[in-house]
Every structure is written in C-alpha cells, then in structure tokens.
Design a protein around this ligand. Structure first.
Ligand code: ATP
Ligand code: MG
Length: 409
C-alpha cells in the first residue's frame, strides 16, 4: 500500500500557507488491511478511516459515478486497483487534485501547480458537474484566495452557470450547503463568496432574497453606494475586517432583505423594511437550517437595526423595549452582537467606512444601566408576581431616563 498527502494540505504547502488538517489517500489497499493496521472506519458507505493515533483522515483511492440526483445519487468504487490518477480526477479543482508522497514528490496529472502559479481556480474534469456542492466550494475558495490574486477560470464559471440553471443546486441538503456557507462567511473576504455565486446564477437559486437586493436603490444621502446589494456586500466585508463571529456575519448578510420587497414606486425609500424582511430572513434561516444563535440574531438585527442607528434619539421607553426584546439581562452577549452588526451596517457604506459609531457605546451604556437595577430592594418592599415585574420595569425606565439625560448633557 502507498500513502499520499492530498488536497488542501498539498495546495497550502505549495502556497506557503499554514496547513491545518491533512487528508491522506491510500492506494493499493483493502478495507481489511486498513482495519488490520488499526485504522478506524468512519462511515458505512465511504471507504474512509481515521488514523489510530493522529486521528487524520485516510481514504482509500476511489472512483465515483453519478447515478441519480443529489449527493445520495453517487456510487463509489474503491479497490486496490484504483490508481492515484483515477482518484485525483474526481476532485473539484486542479489545485486540490495534487498528491505528495513522504519525500514530497508531487503527483500532479491535472496541472494544479501550473494553476496555482497562474492563480486560477479551474475544475479538473467535466465530472465537476456531478456534484452541485462544488459550485459553493469554488465560491468559497475564491473568497479565501482572492487576496492572493486567484480568480475562477471562465470555463469553470460556465460549468457553474450550467449547474445553477439545471436545478441540481436544489437537490443539495441543508447540512451540506450550510457547512460551505458558514465556512465561506468566516473567510477573510466573504463578500467574494456571494459575488461569485451571483455571477454564476447560483445566488438566485440558493438565496433569491439576497439576489433580489441588487438593482434596488436606497437614498443617496444615507447610502452613497445607492445599490442595496452592493451595500450588503460591503457590510459583510466590514464584518470580516472587524473579525466578527459567524452569527454577526450571517445577520449582516440578511439584515436588509425587506428592501427587496419594496414596490418600485416607493424607491429609494424603504418604509418598514425591517418588518417586511422578517419572513424572508426566517425562510433563509430555515432553508439552510442555520444554527439557532445565527437564526435568532439575524431576525433581531433585521427587526431592530434601524433602532440601533437611532439609538441616541430613542425615547427611554423605546430603549427599554429594545433591551427587553434582546433579554439583555440574561443574554448580554447577544446584545453585543447586535451592536456589532449595526456598526458593520453603518460602516458598510461607501466612503463612510471610517466614520465613528457613537451609537455602539451609547447602547452598551444603556444595557449596563438597565442591568444595574437591583431586584432585592423591590422584594424587600414587598413586591411580588406581576407587580414585581412592573416595579422592576419602572426602575429600569427611571435609570434609562437618567442615563439619556446624562449622555446628552
Ligand atoms: P480546506 O482547507 O477548506 O479543508 P480542502 O481542499 O482540504 O480545503 P476538504 O473539504 O478538506 O477541502 O477536502 C479535501 C479534498 O477532497 C479537496 O482538496 C478535494 O480534493 C476533495 N473534495 C472534497 N470535497 C469535494 C467535492 N465535493 N467534490 C470534489 N472534490 C472534493
Ligand atoms: Mg481539508
């Protein structure tokens, strides 16, 4: 049996990037031999094993054939006769289809190294079209490597276009899609992921609600970039620049979906878009089965981001309602993420990226003030049940009034 490093580990070493996880391919071995050597099998239908000590993935060289729709519609063939070249040809991109032995001898039948040097993301073979997830993967790699000058090869983009039109993208499971989306959003330039998806028509299929934002104008006075889609990409870009977590990035992507529903005769204004967008945000959340914290924050940011921007003008009672909506007393971190998303929204405007956002500290201060109201003295005064709740609310309101006065003094 011969063992090779493959995929990302080879690619990233050649790019001079840190290698985090290593994938291995094993040629000339059987499942029985692997088990005998102590490797632990991973899946029932996949000839993939975990190394007994390192825990890294070792896959038997295999060929694949498409036999139906979706990922379930794949048949695998792994046997000791499958060659390294046969295994590599089923991979997505040429730069991911190189292998290396323990002497660092490169096997590169599909010219991955040439494409690495030319900074091109190119599919390995027409079989690329057999797994629609590759559309998302290419967009994700574009987001990761565009800073190094990588672009998608025109012929690969054309294949991605055909895949997007074929209806195959709809066959992807929520789990597989979300894994790619969430990883892509955490890249340095997540906006490029969305741009590439849009260019090949996949965005229209996967997230028509986001796609619809392009071409929708906003008032130039507040949004010098005018276009809502362009704005959304800038917000995402800012979120990455400011190292925001996934929850915030997801909320940034979805915060303005309501603007895609505004009747054209109302353009460039978008009255109540915060409210109209909620059902769209919910639909996208559920389509990809986003984790609960991502879903929640996206909905809250969608509903309240304008409140965030107007924080300094809000009446104390409205401020209190905002804090209650976030349950800031038990979930202070979630409110922090809301503030971050609002700030990214404000910075994601052409020419205003560096403008300070005093609303952030103001909102933080308001949360601290409201949280400082002690319950014990009210209990001692004999309040209980709903009356206690009312009394706490009154105290918090008083505190917020004082806070607002002090802040504007
Ligand atoms: P990352 O740095 O994101 O881990 P990677 O290239 O190592 O990038 P993995 O998802 O770990 O990506 O997959 C390892 C290798 O397996 C890839 O380099 C590629 O050769 C192949 N691969 C993974 N998923 C697919 C797919 N859906 N279609 C074709 N090839 C794939
Ligand atoms: Mg990998």
């Amino acid at each position: 049996m011969r063992i090779y490093k493959v995929g990302g580990a080879v690619r990233d070493r050649l790019l001079g990037k840190p290698v985090t996880d290593i994938d291995w391919v094993v040629v000339g071995a059987t499942t029985e031999e692997m088990l005998a050597k102590g490797y632990r099998p991973v899946g029932a239908d996949f000839p993939v094993f975990l190394h007994p000590k390192s825990g890294e993935e070792y896959a038997l060289a295999r060929t694949e054939r498409k036999s139906g729709r979706g990922y379930g519609g794949f048949t695998f063939h792994a046997s000791p006769e499958v060659t390294l070249e046969e295994d590599l040809i089923r991979r997505d991109l040429t730069i991911n289809a190189m292998a290396e032995d323990d002497q660092q001898n490169l096997t590169d039948p599909y010219h991955g190294q040439r494409d690495l040097e030319a900074r091109i993301l190119r599919h390995v073979s027409p079989a690329f079209a057999e797994d629609p997830l590759r559309v998302l993967r290419v967009a994700r790699f574009a987001a990761r490597y565009c800073g190094m000058g990588f672009t998608v090869a025109p012929e690969t983009l054309e294949l991605m276009r055909q895949l997007s039109q074929s209806g195959e993208l709809q066959a992807l499971t929520a789990e597989r899609s979300w894994k790619e989306i969430s990883r892509a959003l955490m890249e340095d330039q997540p906006q490029v992921f969305i741009e590439v998806l849009r260019e090949c028509g996949a965005l229209k299929v996967l997230m028509p609600e986001v796609d619809a934002l392009f071409g929708v104008p906003q008032p130039e006075a507040h949004h010098p970039e005018i276009d809502t889609g362009v704005h959304t990409l800038s917000v995402l870009e800012q979120a990455a620049l400011h190292k925001q977590p996934l929850t915030v990035r997801w909320a940034c992507l979805l915060h303005d979906l309501g603007k895609g529903l505004t009747p054209e005769e109302e353009w460039p204004r978008h009255i109540a878009h915060e409210h109209t967008g909620l059902k769209l945000i919910k639909a996208v959340n559920e389509r990809f089965k986003a984790p609960k914290d991502c879903q929640e924050l996206a909905l809250l940011v969608g509903q309240y981001h304008t409140h965030g921007h107007r924080a300094l003008e809000l009446k104390p009672s409205t401020l209190l309602e905002l804090l209650q909506s976030f349950d800031v007393y038990r979930r202070p971190q979630r409110f922090e993420e809301f503030i971050a998303a609002c700030e990214m929204d404000a910075r994601g405007r052409k020419g205003l990226e560096q403008r300070s956002y005093p609303q952030a500290d103001y909102l933080r201060g308001a949360a601290i003030a409201a949280r400082s109201v002690a319950v014990q003295p009210l209990l001692e005064k004999g309040f209980k049940g709903p009356e206690l709740g009312e009394a706490i609310k009154r105290e918090r309101l008083k505190t917020l009034k004082a806070y607002k006065e002090a802040a504007s003094a």
